[in-house]
Design a protein around this ligand. Structure first.
Ligand code: TMP
Length: 207
């Protein structure tokens, strides 16, 4: 039987990384054979593109950025995601196409209709079965980020960029509420986990 595809999304600093391992553990405890991956990245080619895309020293045109995100994604789908799902594995991916609509669409201002053409080209009708979008006000996300490490090319953007990214995510979530669950990431870790567990349980029951 085909596996299930779960993606995690949020603005930088929204707290999704805090929950990746917990979600992986929740699934593995139930006997799920899990493939854990991330975007941009997840393949040798994709990881090289990630390095370039996140490098603060690179000057990247907005369309080139969107095309490189989709190029990395196509490789990831062909080499990792689709084969894993066909083997019956579940795929848990840290970011996917919703990030392109939020960052390159909302953040950089590329029309969603143009991104939709690339989405159709690269993935056809394939969509995640469940997307957990971790939502926080931008000032909270910024404060969390500043407290951690050196900032990459995206993380160095202004707060106004992240406001547009967040709006992009919320619009995308409104357009597909059955797939995209908005998790209020300002709650305590326990409450966030309870919300995640609720969504995973529903997906698990359908599997
Ligand atoms: P990460 O550090 O959370 O894995 O994300 C890498 C960065 O790449 C993050 O700032 C968001 C950005 N990104 C895009 O701009 N578009 C995309 O399609 C993806 C997958 C990530």
């Amino acid at each position: 039987m085909r596996g299930r595809f779960i993606t995690l999304e949020g603005v930088d600093g929204a707290g999704k990384s805090t929950h990746v391992e917990w979600i992986a553990h929740w699934l593995c405890e139930r006997g799920v054979d899990l493939c854990l991956s991330r975007e941009p990245g997840g393949t040798p080619l994709g990881e090289k593109l990630r390095e370039l895309l996140l490098d603060p020293a690179q000057q990247v045109d907005a369309d080139a950025e969107a095309l490189l995100m989709f190029a990395a994604r196509k490789q990831h789908l062909a080499q990792v995601i689709v084969p894993a799902l066909e083997r019956g594995q579940w795929v848990l991916c840290d970011r996917f196409t919703d990030a392109t609509f939020a960052y390159q669409g909302g953040g950089r201002g590329i029309a969603a209709s143009r991104l939709a053409i690339l989405e159709q080209w690269v993935q056809g009708s394939l969509q995640p079965d469940l997307t957990l979008y971790f939502d926080v006000p931008v000032e909270i996300a910024r404060a969390r980020l500043m407290a951690t490490r050196a900032l990459d090319r995206f993380e160095q953007e202004q707060a106004s960029f992240f406001e547009r990214v967040r709006t992009g995510y919320l619009e995308r979530a409104r357009s597909d509420p059955a797939r995209i669950r908005v998790v209020d990431s300002t709650q305590s870790i326990e409450d966030v986990r309870a919300a995640i567990a609720g969504s995973l349980t529903q997906l698990w029951a359908r599997a």
